[in-house]
Design a protein around this ligand. Structure first.
Ligand code: T4K
Length: 378
């Protein structure tokens, strides 16, 4: 145990919330030498195809279309659905969810989330439906599935589109089925902070042949990649180096999820007796990637969330106040009248995301918990 681990001293290296799961240097070198040898770095190389096939198998879905990041994947999907009007989205999410809708020329309508799941539910969405509603974009926040069945039923009965921002949910399940084949399409992120690290990257998974053809065509200007008639194209391809990183990370996924799970339960065990912090659970009896460790600061807390974050930061523990402010309070949306979203506001002002992942040892988790114990004494 080094000085770093003693709670009366700051960590010399900051503890961050992101996963940053890395392959060994030797594997990295081998994969990147092979890319150099092929002299093929971008524009639909062999690793793109290999990654798409591997992910399609993992997600048990017909088509996976990889992209440069999840934001572009969301934009492409929203555009490829060929709808116009409003799309109902949660405001309690990363800004990319709603901004992708706006980039696609659609209008995000912000809906409140369920207090327990932090996600959209069919009953909440139903209250937002109007004749302008063309779709619903659900988010499986923290890897917990939103009300998939209720939303599918609603989308079917109202004849509107349903797709999912699954950026947090790779390796998670709903009713025992791996997230990835619900709705018309699901979108995943391979950002370095996610459980599957492509440095940057993302993908769309779908069982819809026609949609996949449109997406494959829209994500590139390459003539040999024309599979459908589309209104617009862009360069949203994944590079070979991103695909190489993502493939290595996919091989390590089980190991990385196991590491997250161990840290998650350690935090949970160590924090149970701080009664003014509520530990946010994952769904019972479902697979989770445990990539997020989230606590809620209750009203009974002797310290505000801001004070807790500052106290942690003073020890070089960079816990985050995700997602604050909620998206409807960010530009450009805050410039227009927005609904009152009570649960969203409350979650947005009370949650803390704690550091986890391979880069953080169990000793580190203990040290973070020690700091929390000491500051929450008041
Ligand atoms: N939908 C949802 C629900 C999302 O959460 C996200 C992204 C998206 C869609 C869009 O996915 P992408 O288009 O990004 O694929 C991060 C990530 O950039 C973003 O991917 C993620 N969600 C969001 C929740 O967090 P930042 O700006 O807060 O994180 P960043 O890059 O500052 O990383 C956090 C900390 O981790 C840093 O302060 C330092 C540390 N770090 C980070 C990187 C990248 C490192 O130590 N090394 C690194 O290489 O947005």
């Amino acid at each position: 145990m080094t000085d770093d681990r003693q709670t009366d001293h700051p960590f010399q290296t900051g503890l961050h919330v992101g996963q940053i799961n890395l392959p060994s240097w030797e594997r990295f070198e081998q994969e990147f030498r092979a890319i150099f040898d092929r002299n093929f770095f971008a524009s639909h190389g062999p690793l793109e195809s290999k990654l798409e096939a591997a992910l399609a198998e993992y997600l048990n879905v017909r088509h996976v279309v990889c992209t440069v990041n999840a934001t572009v994947a969301l934009m492409l999907t929203a555009r490829a659905l060929d709808i116009s009007g409003d799309v109902i989205v949660p405001s309690f999410t990363f800004a990319a969810t709603a901004q992708a809708i706006s980039w696609a020329g659609l209008n995000p309508v912000f809906c409140d989330v369920d207090e327990k799941t932090h996600n959209l539910s069919a009953s909440l969405v139903e209250r937002c439906l109007t004749e302008r509603t063309a779709g619903i974009l659900g988010v499986h926040l923290w890897g917990r599935a939103c009300d998939v069945d209720g939303l599918e039923e609603l989308a079917r009965s109202r004849k509107i589109e349903l797709f999912f921002d699954s950026a947090h949910a790779l390796g998670c399940s709903h009713r025992g089925k791996r997230i990835g084949s619900f709705g018309r399409a699901e979108i995943f992120s391979f950002h370095a902070t996610k459980v599957l690290n492509g440095t940057e990257g993302g993908c769309i998974s779908t069982n819809d042949h026609a949609l996949a053809a449109r997406l494959r065509t829209m994500r590139t200007f390459h003539g040999n990649q024309t599979f459908a008639k589309v209104p617009l194209r862009l360069n949203g391809r994944i590079s070979e180096s991103q695909a190489a990183m993502a493939l290595m990370s996919l091989e390590d996924l089980t190991k990385n999820i196991d590491a997250n799970r161990t840290r998650y339960f350690r935090y949970r065990e160590r924090l149970t007796d701080i009664t003014s912090l509520e530990f946010i659970d994952h769904a019972a009896n479902e697979a989770s990637n445990y990539q997020y460790v989230v606590v809620r600061v209750l009203d009974s807390s002797p310290l505000s969330r801001g004070r807790i974050l500052s106290a942690l930061q003073a020890k070089n523990i960079f816990a985050r106040d995700y997602f604050s402010p909620p998206v409807h309070r960010m530009k450009p949306y805050r410039d227009k009248p927005q609904p009152v979203l009570g649960v969203t506001e409350s979650l947005s002002s009370s949650l803390i995301q704690l550091p986890t992942g391979h880069a953080i040892s169990i000793d580190d988790v203990d040290a973070v918990c020690d700091v929390l114990h000491s500051i929450m004494k008041g």
